[in-house]
Write a protein that binds this ligand. Structure first.
Ligand code: MIG
Length: 768
């Protein structure tokens, strides 16, 4: 194992300022343009016409892996040199590298400035800490950074990335659990993106307490290694970012159903009882969870012999009721001789260590623990294979908690080593590597079945392995709204499959808040009700008869829209566009979208606009952007680009459909395993503009879709020709819907079409 040459100093010593300096020479070789100054070296790579990478360092590590990036740069590119600049031009972008002093300035192909180094400061070091100072444009806004509190527009705010267990966080706390050092800048009607691929503690300052000329970003160590995205349009930048860092796979369909969790259901009997109650009350649900108490003494990959004596029997019974089970796993392995994972870990030397070779010990739930070194491949494989203890009885979902990593007291000594790095160099990627090990391992041992992986800590690229949830929120309206902003922001950074603890983890929500939050959960990519130990029970029937009915109706709505939701996830797998989308993606230069009153609104898939409303308000001002809109619950029509005051009773969250919107729905089912009536309802809302929607279906559980065993067709609405057209089916999967029914909204003189037609695989066209 090569010893890292990096010596971590915590706070930079001496504060001696070293600047990138003047260019002394450059060369191009193997697709890399290398530029040398007295103090540093810069390397420039091109990944595509819209993606350029710049990496600046005093001391490049020859071994330079990225946890996030899965693409290779182009083998070669041209540049022009003049006495003052080196210019690299692609069909979309120009990077102009100023020689004295060294500066990196990006322009559109047409020569308009997108992003520039601050002319005064550029990039420099204080000790090992490296910072890049950038020009702040007039009116420039910033969105992104993933799971960060504060406003949608991050202008005037500053953030730190340092994955942290953050129980009792507030709507202002920073940092939280995850690191996504990627933001999008918006100014002059132009868009650009910037991804700092560096796992050290990192900093982003979007003009907070600086003059009006500077924003900056950087890290406590490592290279100033960033990818610049120059595509025009936020959606295109997200597409490029997820091309670079990967996209999610199709999730198991059952994981899109309603999920019921608690810390903890204390016994197999309790788990079965709750599941049974859902069925008895006919409240649809798909997933039960076991939090930490299912284990024997919190030992990962064990079951409590008293309270969960026959896991297979419990799982068989759950299966009979069409429920799946997700179990939690933490990274900490209890120090206890005779415990399999402990013994194996010691024997094979799989735990994180101090430099003298001693295993690091931290305290978590099991008491004294060692921590698997997920940065090593053989450790990931060992960890992944251990899941047979859970998969054999039939568990299909794996919830990775505490992987910031968390230990009581938070502070893992900075001298602890993971792989050949010290903790502060890679801490921000630990959770991602755990999720990766969990995903790779369970995918392997589950044969052709899709595992569901959920992680709390994450780094850019985690979408390839896992869904995420936003950690320990609180049962208040402010946290409900914060949660939506976190979901919307995570969507900008490549994560689509996201949940929040519905109802709030800590505290006890009022029944109004529970009802309201549940109705918002219908439009959250992952729909999970979860609560802390000691809190009041949270299941849908715990809130009084009337509220139970509202909650049930809302959960039924989730199941009705599953065909639309599943197709929206398919879109995420293809383009990286998230299921929940801040309005800033499509309306990036509409100031109302960033107004604090409206910043929580989002599109749920292509067609639905959702406006979260606090539980204490029964009417709300909603901003409807460009286009025209219908209220989903009433078909009431609204012109866009206006603020409307709408009714928002607890029974009817304000949800709107875009004119021309196409939403495939199904009948209410009790779980995703149930067939339903076999009729796909194609809902279309009238509009002036043509629109289309890619409908996607597969078996929902296996990887057969990789073998073309899927079902895909485009549903198109054409208002001029007055037709709805379904293209002929692509793929060899047989739809579970034998029949079709069109449901038309806002078409004068055309009623709901009662006629049910055969869902044939050839082209289908209906005249309106
Ligand atoms: O120290 O497993 O965020 O969802 O219920 C707390 C118990 C550990 C934190 C997670 C939460 C989970 C809880 N865990």
């Amino acid at each position: 194992m090569p010893l890292s040459t990096f010596i971590y100093s915590g706070y930079p010593t001496g504060m001696n300022l070293e600047i990138a300096g003047n260019v002394q020479g450059f060369k191009q070789q193997d697709g890399i343009l290398t530029i040398k100054t007295a103090e540093a070296e810069a390397r420039v790579y091109i990944y595509s016409p819209t993606i350029i990478r710049v990496s600046i360092s005093k001391n490049f590590n020859p071994d330079d892996p990225s946890f996030a990036v899965i693409r290779q740069p182009l083998a070669d590119f041209d540049f022009d040199e003049s006495s003052v600049n080196i210019d690299i031009t692609t069909p979309a972008l120009r990077l102009s590298i100023q020689k004295s002093p060294l500066r990196f300035n990006f322009f559109t192909a047409g020569g308009i400035s997108l992003s520039e180094d601050d002319a005064r400061f550029g990039t420099n070091w204080q000790g090992e800490r490296v910072i890049c100072y950038r020009r702040l444009f007039e009116g420039e806004r910033f969105i992104g950074l993933g799971e960060k509190t504060g406003n949608l527009d991050r202008r005037g705010a500053a953030y730190v990335n340092w994955n942290t267990d953050a129980p009792n966080h507030t709507p202002e706390s920073d940092p939280l659990y995850k690191t996504f050092p990627f933001f999008i800048g918006l100014h002059s009607g132009l868009t650009y993106g910037l991804f700092l691929d560096n796992t050290h503690k990192s900093y982003f300052d979007f003009g907070a307490s600086t003059d009006e000329e500077t924003s900056w970003f950087g890290a406590d160590g490592g290279d100033l290694n960033y990818y610049f995205f120059g595509a025009q349009g936020v959606a295109k930048i997200i597409e490029d970012y997820t091309w670079l860092t990967g996209r999610m796979e199709m999730p198991p369909l059952w994981s899109l159903g309603y999920q019921q969790c608690r810390w903890s259901y204390m016994s197999a009997d309790e788990v079965l009882n709750i599941a049974q109650t859902f069925r008895k009350k006919q409240i649809p649900a798909d997933v039960m969870y076991c939090d930490i108490d299912y284990m024997d003494d919190f030992k990962i990959f064990t079951w409590n012999k008293k309270t969960f004596p026959k896991p297979k029997q419990m799982l068989d019974k759950l299966k009979e009721m069409d429920f799946r089970l997700v179990t939690i796993v933490d990274p900490g392995i209890k120090v206890e001789e005779g415990y399999k994972e402990y013994d194996e870990g010691i024997e094979q030397d799989y735990f994180a260590k101090y430099p003298d070779g001693e295993n690091y010990t931290g305290y978590v739930w099991p008491g004294r623990c060692h921590f698997p070194d997920f940065f090593r491949e053989e450790v990931r494989e060992w960890w992944g294979a251990a899941f047979t203890a859970l998969t054999q009885p039939g568990v299909e979902g794996f919830w990775n908690d505490m992987n910031e990593p968390a230990a009581w007291g938070q502070n893992i000594p900075w001298i602890v080593k993971f792989g050949d790095k010290f903790m502060p160099e890679v801490r921000n990627a630990y959770g991602m590597q755990m999720a990766r090990a969990t995903y790779d391992g369970t995918r392997k041992i589950m044969g052709n079945k899709r595992p569901f992986v959920l992680t709390r800590a994450a780094y850019s690229g985690t979408q390839r392995y896992s869904a995420v949830w936003t950690g320990d929120n609180t049962g208040t309206d402010a946290h409900m709204l914060l949660g939506q902003r976190l979901v919307n922001s995570l969507g900008i950074t490549g994560m689509s499959f996201i949940g929040v603890d519905i109802g709030g983890f800590s505290g006890n929500p009022t029944s109004e808040l529970m009802v309201r939050w549940n109705s918002l959960g219908v439009y959250t990519p992952m729909f999970r009700n979860h609560a802390i130990q000691g809190s009041k029970m949270r299941e849908p029937w715990e809130w009084g008869k009337g509220n139970e009915q509202i909650i049930k109706k809302d959960i039924e709505q989730r199941y009705k829209i599953l065909p639309y939701l599943y197709s929206s996830f398919y879109q995420s797998t293809q383009t990286g566009l998230p299921v929940s989308r801040t309005l800033a993606i499509e309306h990036s230069f509409d100031g109302n979208v960033f107004d604090e009153r409206f910043q929580n609104e989002f599109m749920f898939g292509d067609a639905m606009l959702v406006a979260p409303v606090e539980s204490t308000k029964l009417t709300e001002d909603v901003y409807l952007p460009r286009g025209s809109w219908y209220r989903l619950s009433s078909d009431r029509f609204y012109e866009g680009e206006q603020i409307v005051n709408v009714q928002a009773p607890l029974t009817d969250l304000p949800v709107f459909v875009r004119a021309g919107g196409i939403i495939p729905m199904q009948s209410v089912v009790q779980s995703t395993n149930e067939k339903g009536d076999g009729i796909l309802q194609v809902h279309v809302w009238n509009g002036r503009e043509a629109n289309s929607f890619v409908y996607y279906e597969d078996d929902g559980v296996s990887y057969d879709y990789e073998q073309d065993i899927y079902y895909k067709r485009t549903i198109a609405f054409n208002p001029i020709e007055k037709t709805i057209n379904l293209s002929s089916v692509e793929g060899s999967f047989k739809s579970r819907f034998m029949q079709l029914r069109f449901v038309l909204h806002g078409f004068d003189g055309v009623k709901l079409q009662e006629e049910i037609i055969e869902n044939k695989s050839g082209e289908i066209e209906v005249k309106l």
